[in-house]
Design a protein around this ligand. Structure first.
Ligand code: AGP
Length: 604
């Protein structure tokens, strides 16, 4: 994700833009830049690093232009460099972008744009396209360009010969706008707008905005002027940093649909898994004999979900190792092993050292990383970046589900390249994976029910998560989430293993959260639930079941949508994240920065 802002009005724009970018910095902080429009000239200042560095660099801009755009970047296409930083300028056009243009390569060829380009980004292609199409009418040029763009975009655009005006258009990527006495402002979210106005509107998709100091015109692609619904925000600037959510963690749980779309969509071409744009050749999926997955914490749990799928669908052996263990056990891997490393931060020292050990033993390393250009990414033979945007809360949520999605993409690609999956089943699989965001959106509608359940378990000294197969794997992540932010001792247990000792701990009202989403073991899990219920447990059943109404089975239910086996992972993840979140929040704990923890563990 990136942060974008535009301002045109009666005040000098430079500091307004930079202040706004500082408030948007949680959306990305690889690089930042501004463009000011003054006397038919576009003044550009952009550089890698945080917004504070841009503010210093912009000190030499003497312009008091009252019209400009600003951007803080979370790199997706192209490295973290000054040239790749936004705004991008091409001829008469300067623009900023949040999203992913999927067909930017085709556009370069179709419109002969190559000579115009200096960066590695998809965004610059849009600027070049607009400059090529521009014949004096910005709205006309934007209308033509938008019809050719595929993917997600929130664009703010200036044309050198249109002083005082900013144009904007979006598809999927968020953008809101507001008019006020000081002029008109547009941004990725309220964080940057609320200082000017508590009244705003959400930019309607595929509508072209023209902003000037007197107001904002909104027209559809046919040129019909529309009046958007004006909304009013009821929270203050401090919570605005979290897009209106009380905690980053909750915001990031709700970010998951967008994060999944941004991660999966660019890896699908003609309905099939496509990784060439990521520099991952098809051949590597044919060569290896076994897979080693190495990571820590939540990243390791995501790898375990990938293992469950790969072994079930592809019958390829997958070993999952905790990085800190892997490093000291003289692992049995060689050139016939593909090592998959997962890391949100790309800086976890145990994972980094495990990566180097795998390479020393001859194994190629493919890493799944969220932070572009991070150390693990740079050290890997291949990198599949997740596009979750910055994850601020220490407890990982959206990074986990996009890591699972990335594992699923690799599994499908392997199955296709080895002929284990035919094209039809690969298309069906990828179509279902493209829908993962909607699965989470649907599941999050359980939030109020989950909040009530959290109130009922929050004072328990111990909580047990049980499940079988994939649901046991999900239990591991669930218990970590609950432990690390609510400080309750939570334990994940294979449901069939309970009776071999641990069931001695199940007494009156001990909460047991039973996950029963896998059809092939459902009845077995239900009988395990009856075992703990008969010992007085307080059972929360997470399943696809409608109301069960049987006190011998469960006290509470959380219903997830009906899904095919492995895709329940996305729904279950959302449920378990919310259980942990609401339990911690209801205890008044520091959800985003729990005690003793750090977002990236760069020490051994
Ligand atoms: C997850 O909620 C934890 N914050 C932690 O387990 C984390 O997943 C682990 O430290 C690995 O971090 P990484 O993904 O940045 O390598």
């Amino acid at each position: 994700m990136c942060g974008i802002i535009g301002y045109t009005g009666v005040l000098p724009a430079k500091d307004i833009l930079i202040d706004g970018l500082e408030r948007l910095e949680y959306r990305g902080y690889d690089s930042a830049g501004i463009a000011l429009l003054e006397d038919n000239n576009i003044i550009l200042k952009k550089k890698t690093g945080k917004v504070a560095g841009l503010r210093e660099a912009a000190g030499d801009i003497k312009s008091d232009s009252a019209c400009g755009i600003g951007h803080t970047r979370w790199a997706t296409h192209g490295g973290v460099t000054d040239i790749n930083a936004h705004p991008h300028k091409c001829g008469q056009v300067a623009l900023i972008h949040n999203g992913i243009i999927e067909n930017y390569r085709e556009l370069i060829v179709e419109y002969g744009l190559n000579e115009k380009l200096v960066s590695e980004t998809d965004t610059e292609v849009v600027a070049a396209l607009l400059d090529k199409l521009y014949e004096g009418d910005p709205v006309c040029a934007i209308r033509k360009a938008v019809k050719r763009l595929a993917g997600s975009f929130a664009l703010c655009i200036m044309f050198a010969d249109k002083p005082g005006k900013i144009y904007a258009v979006r598809n999927v990527s968020p953008m809101i706008a507001a008019s006020c006495d000081e002029g008109s402002i547009i941004a990725s979210d309220l964080t940057a707008v609320i200082a000017f106005s508590k009244k705003y509107f959400v930019v309607p998709e595929y509508h072209i905005l023209t902003l000037d100091k007197n107001g904002i015109k909104v027209e559809d692609l046919k040129g019909n002027v529309v009046t958007p619904e004006i909304l009013e925000v009821n929270w203050d600037i401090t919570s605005a940093q979290k897009g209106g959510y009380p905690h980053y963690m909750l915001k990031e749980i709700y970010d998951q649909p967008e994060a999944l779309r941004n991660t999966v969509t660019p890896r699908v071409k003609d309905g099939l898994p496509y990784l060439l744009d990521d520099g991952i050749p098809d051949d590597i999926f044919k060569e290896f004999q076994n897979i080693m997955v190495v990571a820590c914490g939540t990243a390791m749990h995501a790898g375990m979900v990938g293992k469950a799928l790969i072994e079930k669908k592809l019958r390829i052996p997958v070993t999952v190792e905790i990085a800190s263990e892997f490093r000291y056990k003289d692992p049995i891997i060689d050139e016939k092993t593909l090592t998959i490393v997962l890391s949100q931060s790309g800086e976890t020292i145990d994972t980094l050292e495990a990566l180097k050990l795998a390479q020393k033993k001859g194994s190629k390393v493919l890493s799944i990383v969220n932070v572009k250009g991070s150390t693990i990414a740079r050290e890997s033979d291949y990198v599949l970046y997740t596009h979750a945007g910055p994850e601020i809360a220490v407890a990982s949520t959206k990074a986990y589900t996009v890591q699972v999605a990335a594992m699923y993409i690799l599994a499908c690609k392997t199955g296709l390249e080895r002929g284990i999956m035919d094209e039809a089943s690969a298309r069906d699989f990828m179509a279902k994976l493209m829908n993962a965001g909607e699965i989470i959106e649907e599941t999050l509608k359980n939030a109020n029910n989950i909040k009530l359940i959290a109130e009922e378990i929050k004072m328990a000294p111990d909580v047990f998560y049980i499940g079988r197969g994939l649901d046991y794997t999900m239990s591991l992540e669930a218990s970590l989430k609950l432990k690390e932010i609510s400080y309750i001792h939570a334990e994940a247990y294979a449901a069939g293993e309970l009776k071999h000792g641990t069931i001695a701990l199940i007494t009156e009202n001990v909460p047991v959260i039973a996950i029963a989403t896998q059809e092939d073991v459902y009845s077995k899990v239900i009988s395990n639930i009856r075992e703990v219920k008969s010992r007085g447990a307080y059972v929360v059943l997470v399943s696809e079941d409608d109301e069960i109404n049987d006190s011998n089975i469960c006290d509470r239910q959380i219903k997830i949508p009906h899904l095919e086996g492995e895709f329940t992972a996305f729904a279950t993840a959302a449920v378990l994240q919310l259980i942990a979140y609401y339990t911690s929040a209801s205890k008044g704990l520091d959800v985003d920065k729990p005690r003793n923890l750090a977002k990236s563990v760069t020490v051994e």
